[in-house]
Structures are given as structure tokens and as C-alpha cells.
Design a protein around this ligand. Sequence first.
Ligand code: SF4
Length: 87
Amino acid sequence: MAERVCRCLLREQDSTRPLYEIIQDYLDTLPENQRADDQLYQARLNLCRDCTELRNGTCVLCGCYVEARAAKRSMSCPMVPPRWEKE
Ligand code: SF4
């Protein structure tokens, strides 16, 4: 829920909250016109899931949590060539 979003570091968050909940809070704040639709989002995440660069939800090429990176339409995969493109 958006009201739980704060300007703070992960280490300053309530440590009992799972990271995916914190990322979900971020996703909830993305404006609709910047957000990948569900079909695009799932297609991107499926490609990340099969990628050798994925470690515990993080892309080792860019350091992003892929569930956050893939949610923005304007983002692309950092691999050369990219496994998924910006929209
Ligand atoms: S963003 Fe690209 S390089 Fe990173 S894990 Fe996903 S598919 Fe792999």
C-alpha cells in the first residue's frame, strides 16, 4: 500500500517486512502511464527467470531487483543484446 512508502534505506525499514512487500510498495507508486501492463511485465519476468544473470531476484548486470526494473515500460534489460526491450 502506498501509504507505507518512505524515503529511507532498506536497512532502515522494518526488518520483519519481506523485501517483496517493500518492492510492491514501490510498484504501487508507479504512475499508470509509466507502468508495464501485466502481459508485458510477466513476459519480462519470465525471461529474467530463465536468465543466468538472475541471483535471488537481483540482476547481477545492473544490480536492480528485476521485479522493480521490469515494471517500468521505459526500462530495458542491460544485457547486450537485451533479452527484453523498453516499450
Ligand atoms: S534484466 Fe536481463 S540480464 Fe538481468 S536478469 Fe533479467 S533478463 Fe537477465
